[in-house]
Ligand binder design. Structure first.
Ligand code: ADP
Ligand code: MG
Length: 689
């Protein structure tokens, strides 16, 4: 047995543990609940709670918590002890079924986007029995959903579970049409690839921008960045290797199968991918992965940066959302098959995704919007803010042939009829993987590459799932009513290709030509989060989420308000941090050095001294003007957090920040190393030896 199999899942109250520790009737009843439909009865909950408590105490746990994912995108927990005084001076360890099923965190400090006035701060958490309980740092963590007493979702998990139901409902209708009587559920699989940076912990104390905002707000480009691409898949440094080893072990204990790890393109950048899982579990696991990455890095004297763009001029960090649908009988619905029926089914689901991305391109874009991701999307190394689907040449040719009623292969005469013919074989691993596409088909799954590294994968999956459910609903309506199934199927696929081919783009998403081409095609382009705020609660989007029971209009308004608020607050903190760094460190340092140069030029001025003094003096004025403009812009916004404020941040605060940075970064290049108040980009990017 190797280390991984021994450790794997030791801290998880998994199916195996439940089967061992629960009476059979309790276990079977719980399984029924997990499969859906059946409410957990109080006796079963009591028995599960007792077994869970005993297991957790054996593993050294002293407390439990309902572990949930508020709308901030991070996770929250409030620890409760198992211990209860008995009244006679002794204490016992207790944990009841009702405590397992439901908790009441004091929720007033979590954002509700106006759904819950703070005076009625109480929301409740409810166990998601489909996600296993686990022990982390001596705490039994019970994965839960978080709702208000009015029933509104206050978290990211509740709508994710609802969106899974939506796909299941509509997907099952398609399964029945294709005669799959044995299929009971449609499963959504998700494998999030996680990018991150590691820098030496000592750097953090010396850079207030990294400390307060997670990204560098100043810093001139180093002589060596990622130009040589020598870091990508390069040798992993010993300190990083030690970190990865411990990280893997910590993750394995929690049943998270971290699979690959390699260096990324930028210096100090790395990636971790788990083996894919059911989407709600994958989302839980990804939240845990991010948390544990940060903790383990600390233990190794490093800091793990999950910001989308910690360093300007080098690649940012994304989270690639690998996504597919399968059946509970193990069929991957995103995989082309061998028979005409399998292929027809594959084409239906492929079309459902293509149509979903086209119909809800704005909502998908909005699902990945944040101040941090604005620094990355469209940044010439990340996908642009315009949504499009990459299919590769082979599949595009098949769709074209169906669309135009022409043979796939010009040498052959036969026209491809959906449901009658098989598709030509696709090479599974197409080499022309297009890294510039935001949404790529990669053989048997789609890969949505726009989410930012620190984001919860729930956000984008809620949108993707619901949008695909809507395509499937339309197809099921049409096919169920058809007199000639095969004929209707063929026509349906032709119609989808005709109506949605504008979203298919196999070319270079970084090129300026694509911007122009996308505009000609009528695709939406929302470059910043501020642009997204006004496009969130449109009638088109509300109709989608209400129809599938995923969000009410009020819930969408709340989420939109939180997005705007977060954008404003993050940008505000960045602006204030810049002002502080400029006023207290950068401007005084440059002024001091200019003073020295002045003195020296009065005695004896070399051309270096004269020229540098003139240049720095000019830049100092420039930087001062920029900091004053930034100050003024901030006063105009006046702490606003709504759509109007978001637009002001976009139009006046962020440009002033860029102006200030440009002046400061140029000054940095003219200043002596030991007079510059902060570690440089070179110091940071090559800090881990
Ligand atoms: P890549 O070549 O894109 O790096 P990998 O095989 O490494 O592909 O997979 C990347 C991620 O996609 C992993 O987390 C993997 O588990 C996940 N993945 C693989 N197949 C599927 C699938 N059918 N559905 C969802 N995710 C998948
Ligand atoms: Mg990948």
């Amino acid at each position: 047995m190797n280390n991984q199999t021994e450790l794997f899942g030791t801290m998880v109250f998994s199916d195996t543990v439940m089967r061992q520790r629960l009476p059979e009737s309790v276990y079977l009843s719980l399984k029924r609940t997990m499969r859906g439909g059946h409410k957990l009865n109080p006796e079963v909950a009591g028995a599960v709670a007792e077994a869970m408590k005993n297991w957790a105490i054996e593993k050294g746990a002293t407390h439990y918590t309902h572990w949930f994912q508020p709308m901030t995108g991070i996770t929250a927990e409030k620890h409760e002890g198992f211990i209860r005084p008995t009244g006679d001076g002794r204490a016992i360890l207790e944990f009841f079924g009702k405590e397992l099923i439901q908790g009441e965190p004091d929720a007033s400090s979590f954002p509700s986007g106006g759904l819950r006035a703070t005076f009625e701060a109480r929301g409740y958490t409810a166990w998601d029995p489909n996600s296993y309980a686990f022990i982390k740092d001596g705490i039994l963590c019970i994965p839960t959903a978080f709702c208000s007493y009015g029933g509104e979702a206050l978290d990211k998990k509740t709508p994710l579970l609802r969106s899974m139901e939506a796909i299941n409902r509509q997907g099952m209708r398609i399964m029945r049409l294709f005669g799959h009587e044995d299929v009971e559920r449609i499963i959504i699989n998700c494998g999030p690839e996680q990018e991150y940076f590691l820098i030496d912990a000592k750097i953090l104390d010396q850079r207030r921008d990294l400390m307060y905002t997670g990204r560098t707000l100043f810093g001139a480009k180093p002589p060596k960045g990622q130009e040589l691409e020598d870091h990508y898949y390069g040798v992993i440094k010993p300190r990083v290797a030690a970190f990865m080893k411990e990280l893997n072990q910590e993750l394995w204990k929690l049943g998270i199968s971290a699979k690959t790890e390699h260096n990324e393109v930028a210096p100090a950048q790395h990636e971790l991918a788990p083996i894919f899982n059911v989407v709600n579990i994958a989302a839980d696991h990804n939240q845990l992965t991010m948390e544990i990455m940060k903790k383990v890095a600390q233990r190794h004297g490093m800091v793990c940066l999950l910001h989308e763009k910690p360093f300007a001029g080098v690649n940012g960090s994304g989270k690639h959302d690998n996504w597919s649908l399968s059946t509970d009988t193990g069929i991957n619905l995103m995989e082309p098959g061998d028979t005409p029926a399998e292929n027809a089914q594959f084409l239906i689901f492929l079309c459902a995704v293509i149509q979903a991305v086209d119909d809800y391109q704005e909502m998908l874009r909005i699902s990945v919007a944040s101040a941090g991701n604005d620094c990355r999307l469209g940044g010439n190394e990340a996908p642009p803010a315009i949504m499009s689907v990459f299919l590769g040449d082979e599949i595009t040719d098949v769709l074209k042939a169906i669309d135009s009623d022409s043979p796939v292969n010009p040498k052959e005469k036969t026209l491809l009829r959906v449901g009658v013919h098989t598709l030509p074989r696709f090479p599974r691993d197409t080499t022309d993987r297009n890294r510039t596409s935001p949404f790529a088909f990669t053989g048997n799954k789609f890969e949505f590459r726009s989410p930012g590294a620190p984001m919860s994968v729930s956000g984008c999956n809620i949108v993707l799932n619901t949008a695909v459910a809507e395509s499937l609903r339309q197809y099921a309506d049409r096919l169920e009513a058809a007199e000639d199934f095969e004929k209707e199927l063929h026509q349906l696929i032709r119609d989808v290709i005709r109506d949605h081919k504008r979203i298919i783009f196999n070319g270079n998403g970084y090129g300026a030509e694509w911007m122009a081409e996308a505009e000609r095609r009528g695709l939406s382009n929302l470059p910043t989060t501020a642009d997204c705020v006004g496009r969130y609660v449109t009638e088109h989007n509300v109709a989608l989420f209400e129809r599938h029971g995923v969000f009410s209009r009020a819930e969408m308004r709340a989420r939109c308000a939180i997005m705007a608020e977060n954008y404003c607050k993050v940008t505000h903190i960045e602006a204030v941090t810049m002002l502080e760094m400029a006023d207290r460190d950068i401007l005084p340092a440059v002024s001091r050095f200019c003073g020295e140069l002045q003195e020296r030029t009065e005695k004896r001025g070399s051309r270096y001294e004269l020229d540098t003094l003139a240049t720095l003096n000019k830049l100092l004025d420039e930087a001062y003007d920029a900091r004053c403009a930034l100050d003024k812009a901030l006063q105009e916004v006046n702490g606003g957090i709504d759509e109007r404020a978001a637009c002001l941040y976009r139009d006046s605060v962020l440009p002033a920040m860029r102006w200030l940075r440009a002046a400061a970064d140029t000054m940095e290049t003219k200043m002596p190393s030991d007079e510059w108040p902060f570690p440089t980009y070179g110091d940071m990017l090559f800090s881990v030896k």
